[in-house]
Design a protein around this ligand. Structure first.
Ligand code: SF4
Length: 470
């Protein structure tokens, strides 16, 4: 082992949950690079293990505690062979549980909330001096600021994948009554234009062709442009579309109330903005929407969809649904089924309501029994699957521009992303990975498209009109 190998420290970050956590995990390893850490892909090889947790799913905290039980054994085995392993909990469970984690799990050396990752090297120095640290402040501006500098200094000049995430916004002020995000991620904070453009330019220079802007409430993003004017997400996307080499832009996740005219117009005007929009509605019933504090009605949402489709008729729409919200009647649930059909989603995520401690809905008296929730979920998913099939079939015979991302499961096959986000499998040489090519869509399965490279000039890409349009 060389001197430099001895100095090298290894960090393993296990990521749970959403794309924002995937992005944050990368930022954590970026922040640790100046302290001599390199990322490894298994816990057994690591000197520092970080669980980047998610609080959205049911029993999230319990799952983290059970994983910590496994790490306790790993840590004591390492200690027996003279190795020190530091264990940390990050992410939304860290933010929600805070000091309770170090109380319940003695294996944990540090707890760090999503807004404090830039402080990891300092926190580790404290841990090395024998302290157990809990750091859950909401210093989000500082986080963006420090991580921007670290990421500029440590990012490789060649990207490993042709698509990348870029966080532009964090937190949420909406306070939907079922959701923990406003409590775990804090108030809405937007990253400044200059930093976003600089990171996007770095990504493009490294070979990234597609960037997805991330935020818990991404379309609430706002900032001051270099022209001194107030910019919204539509204007930001227009600026990012000017970056040479950045051919594709996406953003997620949006709230219906923050879809303004400029953003809708961006879907009409920007070729780089992919015809895909994840716009959760959660329920089709006005009564439930009010109880959820969504601050829009079913009619507002449907009118919005109409305006978006008028701007970009081939857009693929995706949504989120919760069934069995407290007090949801059979009629309310029927309204949810009908809004799925009215919109004609290309895809949607659906969940049974489960109470999140600390949220208003968790203590509502009229909770729905589990068997009813399960039954409603199965019925909803059948309707969503039918819409998805209709949309997927509408793409067959069209020619689409596909960003080739990786090898397929079989030799000679590569997988790319369609403009509508669905993976597309194509028989084509690996040398095409990282490029955008024209593909004729020939067949579909529930979650994939299958195609061949377009050969003839007549097979030019065209806008596909979903049969399922509202
Ligand atoms: S808008 Fe989204 S993130 Fe914000 S409280 Fe509602 S569900 Fe949670």
């Amino acid at each position: 082992m060389s001197e430099s190998d001895r100095d090298l420290k290894r960090v393993f970050v296990k990521t749970y949950g959403c794309q924002m956590n995937v992005y944050d995990s990368e930022r954590m390893t970026d922040a640790l690079a100046p302290a001599g850490y390199v990322a490894v892909d298994n816990a057994e090889a690591a000197d520092l293990i970080l669980l980047n947790t998610c609080h959205i799913r049911e029993k999230a905290a319990e799952k983290v505690y059970s994983e910590l039980g496994r790490l306790r054994r790993l840590k004591s085995e390492a200690a027996e062979s003279g190795r020190t392993v530091v264990v940390g909990v990050a992410g939304c469970v860290a933010q929600a549980e805070g000091a309770e984690i170090v109380r319940r799990a003695p294996v944990v050396d540090l707890v760090v909330g999503p807004q404090s990752y830039q402080r990891l090297p300092d926190i580790l120095a404290e841990v090395a001096s024998g302290r157990r640290v809990v750091e859950t402040d909401f210093a989000v501006e500082e986080k963006f600021d420090v991580l921007d500098r670290v990421s500029a200094a440590t990012k490789p000049t060649t990207a490993t994948r042709p698509s990348a995430f870029l966080t532009v916004q964090e937190g949420c002020d909406k306070f939907c009554t079922f959701c923990v995000v406003p409590y775990t991620r804090g108030a809405e904070v937007s990253r400044p234009v200059k930093a976003i453009v600089a990171e996007a330019e770095r990504l493009a220079a490294a070979g990234v062709r597609e960037v997805t802007l991330l935020g818990q409430n991404v379309n609430a993003w706002h900032g001051e442009g270099p022209d001194g004017r107030a910019w919204g997400l539509g204007r930001l996307l227009t600026r990012l579309a000017e970056i040479p080499g950045l051919d594709r832009l996406r953003y997620t996740t949006s709230h219906p109330r923050d879809m303004d005219e400029e953003l809708i117009a961006a879907h009409r005007d920007l070729e780089a903005l992919m015809p895909y929009l994840h716009l959760p509605v959660q329920s089709g019933s006005d009564r439930v929407l009010a109880a959820m504090n969504r601050r829009h009605t079913r009619a507002d949402y449907l009118r919005l969809i109409e305006r978006i489709r008028a701007a970009r008729p081939d857009i693929a729409l995706s949504g989120d649904f919760i069934v069995g919200f407290p007090g949801e009647s059979d009629a309310d649930f029927e309204d949810t089924l009908s809004i799925v059909e009215d919109v004609g989603y290309a895809s949607a995520f659906s969940f049974k309501y489960s109470p999140r401690p600390g949220t208003p809905a968790a203590t509502a008296a009229d909770q729905i029994e589990e068997s009813k929730k399960a039954d409603r979920l199965a019925r909803l998913q059948a309707v969503i699957a039918a819409c998805q099939k209709t949309f997927n079939r509408s793409t067959v015979g069209s020619t689409a521009e596909i960003l080739f991302e990786r090898r397929g499961r079989h030799a000679g096959q590569i997988v790319g992303r369609s403009p509508w986000l669905l993976p597309v499998q194509v028989e084509a040489p690996e040398s095409l990975i990282g490029s955008i090519g024209r593909v004729v869509i020939e067949s579909v399965s529930s979650n994939s498209l299958f195609g061949r490279l377009a050969a003839r000039p007549s097979e030019a890409p065209g806008r596909v009109l979903a049969e399922a349009s509202a």
